[in-house]
Ligand binder design. Sequence first.
Ligand SMILES: Nc1ncnc2c1ncn2[C@@H]1O[C@H](COP(=O)(O)OP(=O)(O)OP(=O)(O)O)[C@@H](O)[C@H]1O
Ligand SMILES: [Mg+2]
Length: 248
Amino acid sequence: MSTQHTIVEAHPIAIRLRNVTKTFGRGESAVAALRGIDIDIPAGELTMLVGPSGCGKTTLISILAGLLARDGGELRVFGQDLATLKRDRLARWRRDNVGFIFQQFNLVPQLTVAENVSVPLVLQGESVASAVRRANELLETLGLEGRGKSAPLNLSGGQQQRVAIARALIHDPRLLVCDEPTSALDAELGRRVMELIRGRSTSPDRAVVVVTHDDRIFHLADSIAHLDDGRIDQLHRVPRDTPARAAH
Ligand SMILES: Nc1ncnc2c1ncn2[C@@H]1O[C@H](COP(=O)(O)OP(=O)(O)OP(=O)(O)O)[C@@H](O)[C@H]1O
Ligand SMILES: [Mg+2]
């Protein structure tokens, strides 16, 4: 039996999951990555997901961003049941609604840094020249001025991570999903990046979900969900008036 986690005193629900399950493989090699996830993720807030390696964090956020299909249960994202969308419509839904920072960055090696960042805008119909200009502006705010024409693989891990962050933010998505966004960043860069990410969560029609192990950023969450072995076993709301939070 799964426990339902409903956040009290929060904003309207952006994402609603009920008994969501996912198993990889079959037979003896089957891995039950999600064993019945129940959570309401509020709009206008930043929700963090924490838990040990292999507990299902990346699987969960891939499902709620429409990158991976669930096996069972219910999922609505801004009211939309993603399982009812055919492949093309799902791809369009993602293009129009989602920014996703991948744990392994997933930059396209054949494109320049600025071209990587501009992809979401070009897919939405913006001209390449204008999209690359906006990409370079955002790269500058992330401390990557002058790197727009570089090949992604010539950048350090922390620089590549910031390119991945810029690509997820550039089209100002309604749903921003970040898998360990500060893992390759030092304290100062991590703080700047999290301020940018947090800033995207405050609008009432948005939602931000951040997977992290980084306890330096926990205070920026509105709520923290703890996953263990494919289930959410704890959900905390972070007090709004802690001094650390007020400083941001
Ligand atoms: N494509 C896949 N094929 C088979 N098994 C998978 C696949 N993706 C994930 N798994 C398995 O599902 C479980 C959950 O994996 P997931 O990547 O969601 O964990 P995680 O919490 O993100 O871990 P980490 O903190 O190490 O990134 C793990 O046991 C993993 O081996
Ligand atoms: Mg992961």
